[in-house]
Design a protein around this ligand. Structure first.
Ligand SMILES: [Zn+2]
Length: 87
């Protein structure tokens, strides 16, 4: 049975390696997206610290104050029963 456990261990290590690679790739992709947009992770933090407000049409919706007008526009249509495709 030692052989089986050994194989499981190897498999697990392989999966762990794949996972680490995936995380690393995602991180790099994230960085390149940020640089394309001209953002830094610091500027993202600023966005995250932005005031969060409730949607006037649905208090269950929470969003950054700066997106409120855009959200309200969409939300109005959603409430009227339209889907994103129909807009
Ligand atoms: Zn809303």
């Amino acid at each position: 049975m030692a052989g089986l456990n050994e194989r499981k261990k190897v498999e697990r290590e392989l999966q762990l390696k794949k996972l680490n690679k995936f995380i690393e790739d995602s991180r790099n992709e994230f960085k390149s997206i940020l640089s394309v947009l001209g953002w830094t992770s610091e500027s993202l933090e600023v966005v995250q610290k932005e005031k969060i407000v409730a949607c006037p049409l649905d208090s269950g919706h929470r969003l950054p104050a700066s997106s409120l007008s855009r959200h309200t526009e969409f939300c109005k249509w959603f409430k009227a029963g339209y889907t994103r495709e129909e807009m």
